[in-house]
Design a binder for this molecule. Sequence first.
Ligand code: NI
Length: 152
Amino acid sequence: MAIRTIRKFGDDILRKKCRTVDKIDDRIITLLDDMKDTLYDSDGVGLAAPQVGILKRIAVVDIGDGPIELINPEIIASCGTQNGNEGCLSVPGKYGKVERPMTVTVRAMNRDGEIFEITGEELLARAFCHEIDHLDGKLFVDKVTEYVEVDD
Ligand code: NI
């Protein structure tokens, strides 16, 4: 387990589209473990693989209820809208209002290669959308309607 360096806004890797994971090997397991360490070290709620320089469709999310590991995640259903503040470990110090669905259902694979579905509301839905956007090279700053001041 190790803390990896988080790539920051301006790094081209954050704008690339990530590749599907077709085999879960020891490197993927180590990456998942390192991403969790990195997330907890940074006090974030989510981290996507390109943020640590790896162009694979992997993200981890933890809104305080324990880690959720997502391999090849896809949003398969969404409903409603919410408008709230969002930030990103790759864009330190910036927060802004972003519209997201209120509820999303994600289908993904876990580290054992099993497909599962999970539905999240409010912050969890926001985190799923934000992290899955990262896998397609999209950042929250692309969607901000208004920047806000937040004391860190
Ligand atoms: Ni982010």
